[in-house]
Design a protein around this ligand. Sequence first.
Ligand code: G6P
Ligand code: MG
Length: 215
Amino acid sequence: MGIKAVIFDLDGVLVKTDRYHYLAWKRLLAEYGKDFTEEENEQIKGVARIKSLEILLDMKKIEMSEVEKINVLRKKNNWYLEYAMKIDEDDVLPGVREFLELVKSNGLKTAIASTSDNAYIILELTGLMKYFDVLIDGYRVKEAKPSPEVYRVGALELHLNPEECAVFEDSRSGVLAAKRAGMKVVAVSDNPIDEADKWVKNLEGLEMSILDFER
Ligand code: G6P
Ligand code: MG
């Protein structure tokens, strides 16, 4: 059975938003007198908002009440949106539009599977929304990646079996989510991700053969 649809993670695969998530977390930790490096940020890439905060509090040994957590998450998201509101077509990563056009012109379906509640706004600001048949975002699922839920719901809405879907992901938690859903996965990252079936640094110059997988 061949690949009939391509499902994309959004942050860090199609748009440079991962940088803005990082800057917003860094600004938050600075308020607690803590530094936050890009290397440390790798641990929360692709991880849901509340879970990211829990990992960071643990990493930086910060105590926080439940009420304060809600407050700081709101604050972090406002800062993220402050940065993200400046996003436009130029923040789309190299090769993304060309690859989406190639995939569509070959008759494949496309979907976004993101755990972000901000996915729709980013797709609108970048003009990417028109390329997708299906959008699954943080509002549509209960469980964040690495749970397979977001990918399973994506396949259901595409009316396809998981093995007919190929996924592009930049984070380990995202790769795990897609593998657990039974899909083929291309990692889009500076360094390989072990659990993925293939690995590319970005979408630049990709051809349809990237969707050929051994069964
Ligand atoms: C994506 C990003 C994460 C972010 C998560 C939730 O997976 O890669 O960095 O924490 O979405 O996004 P949100 O916009 O809802 O805080
Ligand atoms: Mg991502």
